[in-house]
Design a protein around this ligand. Structure first.
Ligand code: AMP
Length: 177
């Protein structure tokens, strides 16, 4: 039931942001309170007993879900941001995009050794973004239990880039079309 609701509120935008890419638009999920709550309910249920210390949220759509989840689980939120956005001392990790490269940053004091964290973003594609977030967490000594997403594009095999950290997503897109 909640999976149907989530499926119904994902919108395909062909050729965005460039030709050949089918962009999975999550804004209908954000706009629909029942769909939004359905995703947060799934996350709350899955991680309620995981003894997490923090949720690490990826810039920018990961932030939208992480705030709600952190409130439910009474956890702190650690933002991972694109280069140049964080105001305090930061560590950074470069990663590859489909064309070119990018950099993610995290505050150097955001996590402590042994902290158990969940990484959260809206969508898993090639896995480069989440893999960079894993590397940032691990450089601060944290233990990444899992990476969670609303949507996984199975045909890009992004979960292989995250291994041995497991990936979870309620919605799977099996084919490119
Ligand atoms: P990747 O690093 O390839 O796993 O890409 C994941 C990041 O890019 C996430 O933060 C997504 O929001 C975004 N992204 C990549 N591909 C898509 C897509 N087809 N639709 C929506 N967002 C995407």
């Amino acid at each position: 039931m909640s999976l149907d609701l989530l499926h119904q509120h994902l919108r395909d935008i062909p050729d965005f942001p460039k030709p050949g890419i089918v962009f999975k638009d999550i804004t209908p999920v954000l706009r629909n309170p029942a769909a939004f709550r359905a995703f947060i309910d799934l996350l709350e249920e899955r991680y309620r007993d995981a003894r997490l210390d923090a949720v690490v949220a990826i810039d920018a759509r990961g932030f939208l879900f992480a705030g709600a989840l952190c409130d439910r689980l009474k956890l702190g939120l650690v933002p991972v941001r694109k280069k140049g956005k964080l105001p305090f001392d930061s560590i950074h990790e470069d990663y590859d995009l489909e064309y070119g490269a990018a950099t993610l940053e995290m505050h150097a004091d955001a996590l402590e050794p042994g902290h158990r964290v969940l990484i959260l973003d809206d969508l898993l594609a090639t896995g480069g973004t989440a893999a960079a977030a894993i590397a940032l967490c691990q450089r601060l000594g944290a233990d990444v239990l899992e990476c969670a997403f609303l949507v996984e594009l199975d045909f890009l095999h992004g979960r292989e880039a995250l291994a041995p950290v497991p990936a979870y997503a309620p919605i799977h897109v099996r084919d490119e079309a």
